[in-house]
Design a protein around this ligand. Structure first.
Ligand code: F0G
Length: 453
């Protein structure tokens, strides 16, 4: 059979609420044209993020009932630790309430003003947490990857020559760690090859710099390696994931992505001294090291999710269904198709709004304009990944359609395709936006806009 089906059936459903385009126009105005400020109940299909929005399995819900809520030494922690040990193999596994808590603790311990932290592309929370310590966050992705239209198999690869140059120029003392994000979220959900991870490992080992993975979407990255990298077709996703983790000295992980959990994260390291410092900080804000800001039941959901996510049927469906959306909006010839970041990513499709809407200058946020119109037209929420989110660091003006895991069916995606193509057919009428109010940090959450007249 050629048809790839959703490899699950649905036991519990949530109704979706329909609104009219007129209602949505009013809601947008009230929200200052910032989709983060809308109420979720007013959204029909929510592609804002794949983070914490997964549908949990019956096994995960069953595991939650077994959660051990003891303050210290809970069984849930040991079940999570066993799952993480088996997969990641780091000496220390520290639970946190989500990925950014792991980042904050790691960077507080390692970074100070004058330091530089390279990454293929920093996610916004990673960048913000590094900059908050006074250190500098640097993105090092290969030049070819800047072309959104180039169809390369591993567009998330770090620019290893750039990394060597950076170390040479600034000295290893100023680089407390090197990170690689798998998959490269801000760079289009693109995977990183094993060969590239091995090169980064070799460089960091030679210079005695710790190498960390931002491992949020490790399973999707492993599947891309299985499908695309020579020599890995016969490897299981689990063995590929184990090999990726074995190359690193530690990782930050948001369990809200490739562990199907609604909350949770991990901070892992092989460094005993660092782990001690991290646990001291953890107790200040997250809690005791065997629960890290989570309930015991959350730890159990993560433990089960870490295993489930590596099921080949799930991963094949996951990557194929994301590509289905991408191909559905892009493979239609230049006049009807929408330019996306090629090839389709693992967890999301990114529309190149700068290319799609050349009449809107980047100072007027073309991807934000598209996000607003897609909501107004069809009740679909997406997210701007461009100058609103990254300010001057933005490489492109992208609109991300992130797909929650195991939540939407193919007909939902067909609806999204139809809506995007309809908006595309009258794209010349879309107008730019200007910001009217904004905070200093992570402004995309709460800033407000008005249409440029
Ligand atoms: N690193 C990456 C690559 C991420 O994509 C995220 C979150 C984080 C770290 C932080 O994890 O949310 O658990 O604190 N990404 C979400 C997104 C929010 O929509 O892409 P967190």
């Amino acid at each position: 059979m050629k048809t790839i089906i959703e490899p699950f059936r649905i036991k519990s459903v949530e109704p979706l609420r329909q609104t009219t385009a007129e209602e949505r126009a009013g809601l947008l105005e009230e929200a200052g044209y910032n989709l983060f400020r809308l109420r979720a109940a007013d959204i029909l299909i929510d592609l804002l993020t794949d983070s914490g929005t997964s549908a949990m399995s019956t096994e995960q819900w069953a595991a939650m009932m077994r959660g051990d809520e003891s303050y210290a030494g809970s069984d849930s922690y040991f079940r999570l630790k066993r799952a993480a040990d088996d997969l990641m193999g780091f000496r220390h596994v520290i639970p946190t309430h989500q990925g950014r808590a792991a980042e904050r603790i790691l960077f507080s311990v390692l970074c100070k003003p004058g330091h530089i932290v390279p990454n293929n592309t920093h996610f916004d929370t990673t960048r913000a947490n590094i900059e908050f310590t006074g250190a500098q966050a640097v993105d090092l992705v290969k030049t070819e990857a800047h072309d959104t239209q180039a169809r390369l198999p591993f567009k998330g690869d770090m620019d290893t020559e750039g990394l060597e140059r950076l170390i040479e120029e600034h000295g290893r003392e100023r680089i407390p760690l090197v990170m690689v994000t798998i998959t490269n979220n801000s760079g289009g959900g693109q995977p990183v090859s094993m060969a590239n991870l091995e090169q980064v490992r070799a460089i960091t080992q030679r210079h005695r710099i710790p190498f960390y993975l931002d491992a949020c979407r490790f399973a999707e990255n492993a599947w891309f390696i299985h499908e695309r990298e020579a020599g890995y077709a016969d490897w299981t996703a689990r063995d590929i994931a184990r090999r990726m983790f074995s190359l690193a000295d530690g990782c930050t992980f948001s369990a809200k992505k490739d562990a199907f959990a609604n909350i949770g994260g991990l901070l892992c390291t092989n460094d005993d001294r660092l782990a001690q410092l991290e646990e001291d900080l953890l107790i200040l804000t997250e809690g005791f090291p065997t629960y890290g800001g989570l309930a015991g039941r959350d730890l159990d959901a993560i433990a089960v999710g870490l295993t489930e996510v590596l099921d080949p049927n799930y991963l094949q469906y996951r990557i194929a269904s994301t590509a289905y959306l991408g191909r559905g909006i892009s493979d239609l010839g230049a006049d009807r198709g929408v330019p996306i970041v090629e090839p389709p990513g693992g967890h999301a499709i990114y529309i190149d709004a700068g290319r799609m809407l050349p009449h809107i200058p980047r100072e007027q946020f073309p991807a934000q304009s598209l996000a607003v119109e897609l909501y107004r037209h069809a009740g679909i929420r997406s997210v701007e990944i461009g100058s609103v989110m990254f300010g001057a660091h933005a490489q492109h003006e992208l609109l991300r359609l992130a797909i929650p895991r195991r939540v939407y069916t193919q007909s939902h995606i067909d609806y999204v395709v139809e809506a995007i193509l309809e908006v595309n057919s009258r794209k010349e009428r879309l107008r730019g936006y200007e910001i009217t109010a904004q905070p200093e940090f992570l402004r995309h959450f709460s800033c407000q806009f008005r249409p440029v007249s």
